[in-house]
Design a binder for this molecule. Structure first.
Ligand code: 2AM
Ligand code: CA
Ligand code: CA
Ligand code: CA
Length: 263
């Protein structure tokens, strides 16, 4: 398989999908809820996923696709050529803010990440990587992350985890928030991962993410030396939902050891 050819194809369909999404703002966006009242999906999420599936199947019908909206046939293993796709990451931002939402895609062969993409649809900014070849922000190569003390770190975290909750020791989370230089919460996991791999954030922590949220990002992470694991420090499992932390290598273990205590 010529990865450069797949990369060219992938960038083409991502840019085309981005155009379609931007055009959709002039039409009606139909918003529905999924698992709960705050878990949103729109017709544009679904239509964008269908567009990707049709394009990939036409490119190579043997490729398998797992998308958040379940518009494809699904997958039961990472064997062969597999695409993990989140057509809109940050649907609430899409609906409410009309910005700060990403297309994110990971391309894997026999479970090994080959190509990763995070595309900021409104800014038309592409973060991407090719296994062993490096990572880029548009045409600019991303540098390997430089060490920094935790006291100088800016971390992405959702405020709900520093209030009493069922999943983590919130007092330890509060200590982390007090220790670091600052916190941010953007509402798109892929955007926060893109910021970590490009040094705009130094860590991002989430209690629950799915394979399509992190597939593309973990491939970019490897090329810049960012470490992505679950809260147990294990490699990300791309077949199921899990906890997630991505961080600058100099602070990843320290955050896990001292501040994240799962209940
Ligand atoms: P989404 O917009 O594609 O659903 C903040 O909500 C971040 O967490 C977003 O990246 C969102 O992705 C992701 N997320 C993952 N699982 C979620 C869920 N069950 N409900 C809402 N957001 C979820
Ligand atoms: Ca969703
Ligand atoms: Ca998502
Ligand atoms: Ca989504």
């Amino acid at each position: 398989m010529d990865l450069h050819e797949v990369d060219k194809f992938a960038k083409g369909i991502i840019i085309e999908a981005g155009k379609r999404i931007r055009d959709a703002f002039s039409h009606d966006i139909k918003v529905e809820t999924k698992a709960d009242a705050n878990d949103l999906v729109t017709n544009i999420d679904r239509e964008t996923e269908v567009f990707f599936i049709e394009q990939i199947k036409a490119f190579d019908s043997s490729h398998k696709i797992l998308g958040e909206e379940g518009m494809g046939e699904g997958i039961d293993s990472l064997e062969g050529a597999v695409w993990l796709i989140d057509p809109i990451d940050g649907t609430m931002n899409f609906v409410k803010q009309h910005r700060h939402f990403m297309i994110t895609i990971g391309f894997f062969v026999d479970g090994v990440g080959k190509l990763g993409y995070i595309y900021d649809v409104m800014r038309e900014d592409m973060f991407f990587a090719m296994e062993g070849q490096g990572a880029w922000y548009n045409d600019t190569p991303l540098r390997r992350l430089q060490p920094l003390p935790l006291e100088e770190a800016v971390i992405g975290i959702n405020a709900s985890w520093v209030t009493p909750n069922k999943r983590v020791n919130h007092e330890k989370m509060t200590e982390l928030v007090q220790k670091v230089r600052g916190t941010r919460s953007y509402g798109s996991a892929a955007m926060e991962i893109a910021f970590v791999v490009s040094g705009k954030l130094d860590a991002y922590i989430s209690m629950r993410l799915s394979p399509w949220d992190i597939g593309g990002g973990t491939i970019i992470a490897r090329e810049v030396g960012a470490i992505a694991t679950n809260f147990k420090g294990q490699p990300c499992n791309l077949m199921s939902q899990d906890t997630f932390i991505i961080a600058n290598p100099s602070i990843h273990q320290r955050i896990l050891d001292h501040y994240i205590e799962e209940k």
